[in-house]
Design a protein. Structure first.
Length: 229
């Protein structure tokens, strides 16, 4: 194993690596890191999955020797967010598709960045696209469901046509805890239905894991109704 890193050091001496994204990712590949499981930003590299990325402490030391100004973030909460998100995205994203991104949404940016390598997707901010990102988080989806029920309208089903939901299974408190740890602005609930919000808070106290079950039940009912049409 150490031999590999000695070779990497020799390569870094012989070959000049710039601070460009292309060269940073190239260097990661040389030292044995799988960049499909990290998120690149110019200032930080976020590890999405420690095991699959193979970003060991030894590799981190080799990387920091070449790029001392780029921080490697080993945030376990961020890795949990990525795990939750990937379960949805893996089912929805098609290889080489164009995905419309929301503007000024850091958590979406950092979650989606590795999919340019995992699936060869192109992230766009305008123009033609195959799928659009909807940044709806788990808490707001549950509140939307409760709002429809309390209003006597039944379940408000999501229109998933050409939309994907990276955060649909991710709790808001996870997202905000990570953003705070990373020194970034937090986000707020989009829902304004006070009854739904109060009921959600009540259930948080007696059944903390209920939110994902509510969403799963809603999706099951939507699929059942669709097949019966």
């Amino acid at each position: 194993m150490e031999l590999m890193f000695n070779i990497a050091d020799l390569a870094s001496d012989e070959e000049k690596f710039s601070d460009s994204k292309k060269d940073v990712l190239k260097f990661l590949k040389i030292i044995g890191v799988d960049s499909r499981f990290i998120s690149y930003t110019p200032q930080k590299i976020y590890i999405n999955n420690l095991r699959f990325s193979k970003f060991s402490r030894t590799r981190e030391a080799t990387f920091n020797k070449q790029y001392p100004e780029i921080e490697v973030v080993r945030n376990s909460l961020f890795q949990k967010i990525c795990s939750k998100s990937s379960k949805h995205l893996a089912l929805e994203i098609k290889p080489n598709s164009k995905i419309l991104m929301p503007k000024d949404n850091f958590i979406i940016e950092v979650l989606m960045e590795p999919y340019t390598r995992k699936y060869g997707v192109e992230l766009v901010y305008d123009g033609d696209y195959d799928l659009a990102i909807n940044p709806l988080v788990l808490d707001d989806e549950v509140n939307n469901i409760f709002s429809g029920i309390f209003a006597g309208e039944g379940i408000n089903f999501r229109d998933t046509t050409n939309e994907i939901y990276p955060l649909i299974n991710v709790p808001l408190d996870w997202i905000n805890s990570f953003l705070e740890m990373d020194g970034r602005n937090t986000i707020k609930n989009e829902s304004t239905d006070e009854l739904a919000i109060s009921f959600s808070r009540f259930l948080d106290g007696v059944a903390p894991q209920y939110k994902e079950n509510v969403v799963s039940a809603s999706e099951f009912i939507a699929e059942k109704l669709e097949t019966e049409k």
